[in-house]
Design a protein around this ligand. Structure first.
Ligand code: 5AD
Ligand code: SF4
Length: 474
């Protein structure tokens, strides 16, 4: 149960996902690569950039690890468990390598910087170690590794955004896509390793974002999710149009591509999401009414230790404001149980802020100390594991209740749903999402609609995780 919760990092169904090659691709490749991704959506988007860079160099993707000449694992460092999973996979790959001469293994992403020496020298697990800002150098590094050298580049950059690289969408439903709009993070939340693994925050050229989104729409995509660790601090000086592009303005420009293109975004830091963003969301029907607004803790004292820079009251006022501007807006959260010095009273503050905010769902974790973070340097990880887990369980129980209540409130309501494909369980049913990001499953019946179409669905029943509906209008 707890494992399930912890595995739910960003999308538990995608952890360890490998990319599929293009269907019917006639190209003859000099080598095949296999890439497996862990962690957040940013990492999955990065794997698509890596695929694009390798592709240009004449490498083709394969989903079959045994067929691969190059194996990449795009790693996550956010919690200890994520790192353990990667280590386990690397030992499995080492066995494969012993059987296939010339096969090379590379570690990409957030674990690269921290563990480069260990992976390469001490454990001799891998041939290449490449940090998140060094993917352009991959082809050269592959060559070095082929020549028998240990190939490493973990330099972080202040500029790299891969703006000009158009990602290869290898494992896509053809309807929804992720678009990176910035990289890194400047926030220094005390528990978080991201500022160290992904570096300083930088925003990607606005024009390149808009043209990538337009291109996706022209290829039949109907939804883009703009990605960044902290999207609300997006800021780009567009010299061409002599304009300072804020996140609100970027959202608007993407929304204007077509009313048929839905726009989502993630993640918002509560301190940065502005009224301007909320009003822009309210103004455009195709900007989805859904905000991922991680609270982390409901206790002002703990929030201060976490360096989140807001108080409990301030967060509650932000939730009020969102509901005032968009009464139908979905809100979700990230929550950490058992941060350093957390007492029962702090934990109860977390439970009560969850109830106050009426989250539709949350990603819930117990605190895992990460090397090099402010918290690791300043505070003792002093909450017993069984206390952390018990508190986490109470948080999960609270969220289950809130999700159930939120779904019940939707009974009888009608929503515009974008069809993403067949439901997993039943090919006679469609699966899609409403603007609030809730999954809705409904019978296909005899309607002449398909993947990528919008339909109006009435909610007739629900489980804790899913709404069940019926098409009322196509
Ligand atoms: N321990 C537990 N959870 C963490 N997160 C980030 N760092 C840690 C950590 N050291 C969680 C936060 C963040 C989400 C992506 O992961 O809730 O919002
Ligand atoms: Fe980590 Fe905080 Fe930045 Fe999110 S906002 S990536 S939690 S430092």
């Amino acid at each position: 149960m707890l494992d399930y919760v912890n595995d739910k990092i960003q999308d538990e169904t995608r952890q360890g996902e490998a990319y599929a090659p293009f269907a019917g691709d006639p190209t003859v490749y000099k080598k095949r690569f296999y890439i497996e991704s862990y962690g957040c959506q940013m990492n999955f988007a990065d794997s698509e950039i890596v695929a694009s860079i390798l592709h240009k160099e004449g490498f083709g993707a394969t989903r079959n690890v045994e067929e691969a000449d190059l194996i990449f694992i795009n790693t996550c460092s956010i919690r200890e468990k994520a790192e353990q999973t990667v280590r386990k996979r690397l030992t499995e790959f080492r066995k494969l390598k012993e059987q296939k001469k010339g096969m090379l293994v590379g570690v990409l992403g957030c674990m690269a910087e921290r563990l480069k020496a260990k992976f390469l020298e001490e454990e001799k697990l891998v041939d290449m170690v490449v940090g998140p800002d060094a993917y352009r150098t991959l082809p050269g590094l592959v060559e070095e590794a082929e020549g028998g050298q240990k190939a490493v580049n973990v330099l972080l950059s202040r500029e790299e955004t891969y703006a000009d690289i158009s990602p290869v969408r290898l494992d896509s439903n053809g309807i929804t896509a992720f678009v990176s709009i910035m990289r890194g993070c400047n926030n220094m939340c005390s528990f978080c390793v991201v500022p160290f693994t992904r570096g300083r925050e930088r925003s990607r050229d606005a024009e390149s974002i808009i043209s990538e989104c337009r291109d996706l729409f022209e290829k039949g995509y109907k939804e883009v999710t703009l990605l960044g660790q902290n999207v609300d601090s997006y800021y780009f000086i567009d010299e061409q149009n002599d304009e300072a592009v804020t996140f609100a303005r970027l959202l608007e420009r993407v929304a204007l591509i077509s009313p048929l293109l839905r726009v989502r975004f993630s993640t918002s830091h509560p301190k940065d999401i502005t009224d301007e963003v909320l009003f822009t969301m309210a103004k455009y029907e195709n900007i989805c009414k859904y905000i991922h607004l991680p609270v982390q803790s409901g206790s002002t004292r703990i929030l201060q230790l976490m360096n989140r820079t807001y108080t409990r009251e301030w967060y509650k006022a932000k939730v009020d404001r969102i509901r005032q501007v968009m009464p139908d807006c979905g809100i979700s959260s990230d929550i950490i149980a058992g941060f350093c010095t957390e007492e029962e009273a702090d934990h109860h503050d977390t439970l009560s802020i969850m109830e106050y905010s009426r989250y539709d769902f949350s990603y819930m974790f117990f605190y895992s100390e990460r090397p090099g973070t402010l918290a690791q340097r300043r505070y003792e990880d002093d909450i017993d594991e069984d206390v952390k887990k018990r508190r986490l369980q109470e948080i999960v129980a609270m969220q289950n209740r809130l999700s159930q209540e939120s779904n019940r409130r939707d009974l009888g309501k009608k929503f515009i749903v974008l069809i993403e494909g067949d439901s997993k369980k039943n090919a006679a049913e469609w699966k899609g999402r409403n603007s609030q990001n809730k999954v809705i499953v409904f019978p296909k019946e005899t309607y002449n609609v398909g993947k990528g179409d919008y339909v109006e669905v009435e909610v007739v029943s629900c489980t804790q995780a899913t709404l069940l509906g019926k098409i009322v209008n196509k």
